[in-house]
Design a protein around this ligand. Structure first.
Ligand code: FPP
Length: 179
C-alpha cells in the first residue's frame, strides 16, 4: 500500500507496541513467543518504511510501567532487544537506517546501554530512516527529567529562565527527530 498521495506524504510514523501477549495467548503460545513475533513485525515495518521513503519511525517498545512485569518477561524482552541490535546491525547500515534511543536509559543494564550507544554511533550516518526506539520511556517521566535539566541549567547560570522559549524547551527533551 502506498502511503504517498498528491496531498499527503507520511514523514513520521509512531507505533505503540501492544498485543504481543494476547496474540501469543490466542495462538496457544507463551508470551515470549508473542514478543518474538513482535520483533519480526518490527523488522518488516522498518523495511517498509525504508521502501516507502518515510523518514522517521518511532517505536514505543518498553514503557516505564513495563518494569513492573515479571522478571523473566523483562529479561526475555531485554534479550530480544540485544538480539535485534546484533541481527539488524548490517541491515541498518546497508539500508541507511539511523538508530536513536529515548527514555530513561539509566535503568537499563550496562551491557544494554553499551549495545545501544554502540548501535547509535555505528548507524549515525544513516540517511534514509531514523528509527527512534522508546525504551524505559514514559511521557511524564520525560517531562520531569527535562524540568530537572532546565532547573539545573538555570542554577548553573547557563539558562535565563525568562528567555525560555519553545525551541529552547525542546532541547532538553530526548531526540524526537525535530529541529
Ligand atoms: C507489547 O505487548 C509489547 C511490549 C510491551 C514489549 C515489546 C518489546 C520488545 C519485543 C523488545 C524488543 C523491541 C524491539 C523494538 C527490538 P504486550 O506484552 O503489552 O501485549 P498484551 O497487551 O497483549 O499483553
Amino acid at each position: 500500500m502506498a502511503v504517498t498521495t498528491k496531498e499527503f506524504s507520511l514523514n513520521h510514523l509512531a507505533i505503540i507496541m501492544d498485543g504481543n501477549g494476547r496474540w501469543a495467548q490466542k495462538s496457544g503460545l507463551p508470551r515470549v513467543a508473542g514478543h518474538q513475533q513482535g520483533v519480526e513485525t518490527v523488522i518488516q515495518i522498518v523495511d517498509e518504511c525504508v521502501s516507502q521513503g518515510i523518514h522517521f519511525l518511532s517505536l514505543f517498545a518498553f514503557s516505564s510501567e513495563n518494569w513492573g512485569r515479571p522478571r523473566e518477561e523483562v529479561d526475555a524482552l531485554m534479550g530480544l532487544l540485544l538480539q535485534f541490535l546484533s541481527s539488524q546491525r548490517q541491515r541498518m547500515l546497508d539500508d541507511g537506517v539511523r538508530l536513536r534511543v529515548i527514555g530513561d536509559l539509566t535503568r537499563l543494564s550496562e551491557p544494554i546501554q553499551k549495545a545501544l550507544a554502540n548501535a547509535e554511533k555505528e548507524t549515525s550516518q544513516g540517511q534514509n530512516l531514523t528509527l527512534i526506539l522508546a525504551l524505559s520511556y514514559g511521557g511524564r517521566d520525560e517531562i520531569m527529567r527535562a524540568a530537572q535539566k532546565i532547573a539545573q541549567s538555570a542554577l548553573d547560570g547557563d539558562l535565563d529562565i525568562n528567555k525560555l522559549d519553545n525551541k529552547t524547551f525542546f532541547k532538553f527533551f530526548g531526540y524526537w527527530g525535530y529541529p
